[in-house]
Design a protein around this ligand. Structure first.
Ligand code: PHE
Length: 340
């Protein structure tokens, strides 16, 4: 009985660490074993009662030991703290995180265009066929609508619209022109999706920035000047741009924008495949059909649009060679952008 009370007292006051407790009561030379030794000497009629009490004591001691182990670190009394406080351990370092490289570059892009008077617009990632394709002058059977490029979502039960994950941020251009009349000078930033096999150069999700400028007398020269200025701000003042004829359903004429390879400056390297130029954006004058689809009179207004992948700009800017790194969030990769 005395031992029972003693043990409860220890549990309350936590005077012993779980290890000291074990040594005192549960070890080979501990109190419990001594009692069992004595127990062997007890005779006949007392054996049953004493045996039962001893078993109860054993169970209780084991319970208390477990409880003390659990509380050991948190509740150990100051007197015994030296047993758990190891001053030779290295400090726990609080690591300060860094912005994701895509966020850093997105911010820079937004800032550069903000200085040229572009505000930022936003729109949905789950989109109808109309905003992602039809309003942008994609013909009914344009190959980009087919399954290999687009993730389709189940049809909207009520409207019967085809739903999909937007394949570019151009959907926001249409939504913007629908509710706002020119002058419009905006960029659209966001995540887009394409049904592509994941590799170092392609992913099923990435980020785009598109720009739209619609007003009276907006010209192809405005497009070129804007993107030239952007390229110099982003990649350095010696950067040059080159426009190559291209095709997009929603722009006419259309051009692909290249910049001088900032790694080899034209001397030839792997990034630019020894051409001295790397592509950074698609662009063009907004097709009159697109303006008309948004009730903007193409006789009165003209506009230019452009679109670029944030991943691509980031890879070029920081010499990153594998797109998958952006989505794996390996801290060894992310840490390298600390302070940028
Ligand atoms: N929407 C095009 C794409 O995703 C990019 C683009 C935007 C091209 C605007 C021209 C004008 O490929």
């Amino acid at each position: 009985e005395n031992i029972f009370t003693e043990v409860e007292q220890f549990l309350l006051e936590k005077k012993l660490t779980h290890e000291d407790f074990r040594l005192k009561y549960l070890s080979r030379k501990g109190v419990l074993n001594e009692l069992f030794e004595d127990f062997k000497k007890i005779s006949g009629d007392q054996k049953r009662l004493v045996g039962q009490t001893l078993n109860n004591l054993k169970n209780r001691l084991e319970e208390v030991h477990v409880e003390l182990s659990a509380n050991n670190i948190a509740n150990v009394s100051p007197k015994n703290q030296s047993q758990v406080l190891d001053l030779t351990l290295p400090e726990i370092q609080n690591q300060i995180g860094s912005l994701h490289p895509l966020s850093i570059v997105r911010q820079k892009i937004v800032e550069i265009f903000a200085r040229m008077g572009f505000n930022t617009e936003d729109g949905p990632e789950i989109e109808t066929d109309w905003y992602n394709f039809s309003a942008l002058n994609f013909a009914e059977n344009h190959p980009a609508r087919e399954m290999q490029d687009t993730f389709f979502v189940e049809k909207n039960e009520v409207t019967k619209d085809d739903l999909l994950l937007r394949t570019h941020t151009s959907n926001v251009q249409i939504r913007l022109m629908e509710y706002k009349k020119p002058p419009i000078r905006s960029i659209m930033v966001g995540r887009v999706y394409r049904n592509e096999a994941i590799s170092a150069r392609a992913h099923c999700q990435f980020h785009q920035v598109e720009g739209l400028y619609v007003d009276k007398n907006v010209s192809f020269k405005d497009l070129k000047d804007t993107l030239f200025h952007f390229a110099k701000e982003m990649f350095g003042k010696d950067t040059k741009i080159r426009l190559r004829p291209s095709y997009f359903p929603f722009t006419e004429p259309s051009a692909e924008i290249d910049i001088t390879c900032f790694i080899c400056h034209g001397d030839g390297c792997n990034i630019c495949k020894h051409s001295g130029w790397v592509e950074i954006a698609g662009s063009g004058m907004v097709d009159p059909n697109v303006l008309a689809n948004c009730n903007i009179d193409p006789e009165e207004y003209t506009g230019f649009a452009f679109g670029m992948g944030i991943e691509r700009i980031t890879m070029l800017k920081y010499g990153i060679n594998d797109l998958r790194l952006f989505f794996e969030n390996d801290v060894r990769f992310l840490k390298q952008f600390n302070g940028l």
